[in-house]
Design a protein around this ligand. Structure first.
Ligand code: KIV
Length: 265
């Protein structure tokens, strides 16, 4: 079994093979995603919203992410496990950024980290990479900057934003990122960035031209009802399946049909 490394991910772009990625936060989900054969499993700070019910990602901290990174890394055999660096774990200083990024590898078992930010984070990324830690960049709509945008709004619509994002993608490549997540930008810009950089782009609401795609697993499985996102395709409706199962359980308990003799000692 070939273990996925950052070299595999980079090679897939040159081979024209699409990269598949999803988030996971717990042992069982990570096991399933790995068995199916996804290349990247991201322990996203989206855990703060889809598991803990917060309205954004800002209150996720390194302890929360570490706990989930450990649960995921423990079981994954093949996929590349990437830990998302939470808000304020890398912004205050390069020193904090390197130390906290390293923590996810040394204590969490991740194989790389992801952080949000453009050209202004290139020196931070460079230092993390120089410390031996693979970095996935993240450009476009950055959820940790939701208050700056005044909502989770599409980015890269103006000429100025487009220029900034292309310039940032090049700076992130130069700083040593092994790939870049592009979130919620026009498909045309997703294509332009993908053609401009030689490292893979992983899109989420960035159109079909990206080298790979990522979604929040709870969104694509219909296991989260917080948001109705245009770029999410629902491949299942787990909420309905769970509601139905719980209804039947409740009915059986009330009627005395559960537990049966066979289910008793
Ligand atoms: O936190 C997360 O799940 C992410 C993905 C949406 C890329 O950053």
């Amino acid at each position: 079994m070939e273990k996925i490394s950052i070299n595999t991910i980079k090679r897939m772009k040159s081979d024209g093979e699409k990269i598949t990625a999803l988030t996971a936060y717990d042992f069982n989900m990570a096991k399933l995603l790995d068995e199916v054969g996804l290349e990247i499993i991201l322990v996203g700070d989206s855990v703060n919203m889809v598991v803990y019910g917060e309205e954004n990602t800002l209150s996720a901290d390194i302890w929360m992410i570490l706990r989930h990174v450990k649960a995921v890394s423990r079981v994954v055999q093949r996929a590349l496990v990437v830990a998302d660096m939470p808000f304020m774990s890398y912004q205050p200083s390069i020193r904090d950024a390197v130390r906290n990024a390293g923590f996810f590898l040394s204590h969490g078992g991740a194989k790389g980290v992801k952080l949000e930010g453009g050209i202004e984070f290139a020196p931070t990324i460079q230092k993390i990479v120089e410390s031996g830690i693979p970095v996935m960049g993240h450009l476009g709509m950055l959820p940790q900057s939701v208050n700056k945008y005044g909502g989770f709004k599409v980015q890269g619509k103006t000429e100025e934003q487009k220029e900034y994002l292309v310039e940032s993608a090049l700076a992130l490549e130069e700083a040593g990122c092994f790939s870049i997540v592009l979130e919620k930008i026009p498909a045309e810009l997703g294509e332009k960035i993908t053609k401009t950089v030689s490292i893979p782009t992983i899109g989420i609401g960035a159109g079909p031209a990206c080298d790979g795609q990522i979604l929040v697993v709870n969104d694509m499985l219909g296991f989260f009802e917080g948001m109705n996102l245009k770029f999410v395709r629902k491949y299942a409706n787990l909420n309905d399946i769970i509601r139905q199962a719980v209804r039947e359980y409740s009915k059986d308990v009330k009627s005395g049909a559960f537990p049966s003799k066979d289910e008793s000692f």
